[in-house]
Design a protein around this ligand. Structure first.
Ligand code: BJW
Length: 261
């Protein structure tokens, strides 16, 4: 793995255009369950009964109970080393773009700015009826909601979580920014099963456009064999190792006569 990391780091310069796509695996070390793993959310709950507009239409109370439980769990979680390293890259590299499929807000809590939230945010809500009085979508961090399902403060109808459910399109502006970010030098896909589209297609399009593509995951995914590097291991550990090699190289550049530790 060390040789791969060194080869990867040799591609990263201050001006390198780096785009990162993250998935649930990046938050796993923070104690947030993934969707499809052995203890994943979909083992206990069927996607079609909770993460579709039809499910919400059928039983908004059940769907909101699930999201309210996840929000209550999330306030007890903290960003991990993977979130921290990516936040540091955002500060260090002017051409760094972070796209996340995660709705948990942990990247922002680690300090990442301008995160492209591909599947929305669990901390945003919108009026289910798109009532003309509501501001479209708005931030609401109430935990727990005093009433389930929570009501729209503008029309007293239902509100829904500001996330993208199966069968729903990606916000056009989010899609535009994500496609723009595929013109990069290095594209990382980290902690995602690469099963959910259109997010899963981003890395392939980045490669088609000429990016060096790298996966970090604890196991192989359908994307692994098609990318330049597949680094197998926990994101929080692999990113920490990559970061250490980057920082060591910077120290050598600044003081070329210092012997390596
Ligand atoms: C670690 C780790 C550690 C663990 N370190 N790694 C093309 C082909 C087939 C199907 C489709 C297609 N195009 C569209 C579809 C349909 C559908 C789809 O993709 N279905 C497939 C599942 C078959 N897609 C859609 O419906 C999308 N919409 C769409 O296409 O609309 C078309 C349209 C256009 C115009 C108008 C109208 C419609 C929408 C998809 C929305 C997905 N939403 C969810 C829920 C969000 C809200 C919520 O959180 O409740 O998003 S589903 C869920 O999956 C969530 C995630 O963001 C997403 C991806 O999951 P992720 O992040 O990859 O997690 P896991 O659990 O799958 O994987 C975790 C990984 O981490 C694993 O690989 C582990 O190994 C790894 N790991 N610990 C590193 N420490």
């Amino acid at each position: 793995m060390n040789t791969y990391i060194e080869r990867l780091v040799s591609k990263i310069r201050p001006e390198t255009r780096i785009t990162v796509l993250t998935g649930a695996g990046v938050s796993a070390a923070s104690g947030v369950p993934t969707f499809r793993g052995p203890d994943g959310l979909w083992r206990k709950y069927r996607p079609e009964s909770l993460a579709t507009p039809e499910a919400f239409q059928r039983d908004p109370k059940l769907v909101w109970e699930w999201y309210d439980w996840r929000r209550q769990t999330l306030v007890t979680k903290r960003p991990n080393r993977a979130h921290e390293v990516l936040a540091a890259w955002g500060e260090r590299y002017p051409n760094f773009i972070l796209i996340t499929q995660n709705v948990d807000g942990l990247h922002e809590r680690a300090g990442s700015q301008n995160v492209i939230r591909f599947h929305g945010s669990i901390w945003e809500v919108l009026c289910w009826n798109n009532c003309p009085l509501s501001p479209g979508r708005w931030w609401d961090e109430t935990v727990p909601f005093p009433e389930i399902p929570p009501k729209c403060p503008h029309c007293n109808g239902l509100i829904r979580p500001g996330v993208v459910w199966f069968g729903e399109g990606i916000d056009p502006e989010v899609m535009r920014l994500s496609i723009e970010a595929l013109d990069c030098d290095v594209f990382f896909t980290i902690g995602t099963s690469s099963l959910v589209y259109p997010a899963a297609s981003l890395v392939h399009e980045a490669k088609r456009r000429g990016a060096f593509t790298v996966e970090i995951n604890i196991e192989a995914t359908p994307a692994s064999g098609l990318l330049d590097f597949a680094l197998q291991g926990p994101a929080e550990e692999v990113l920490e190792r990559v970061e250490r090699v980057i920082l060591m190289g910077r120290r050598k550049d600044q003081n070329p006569h210092t012997p390596s530790p």
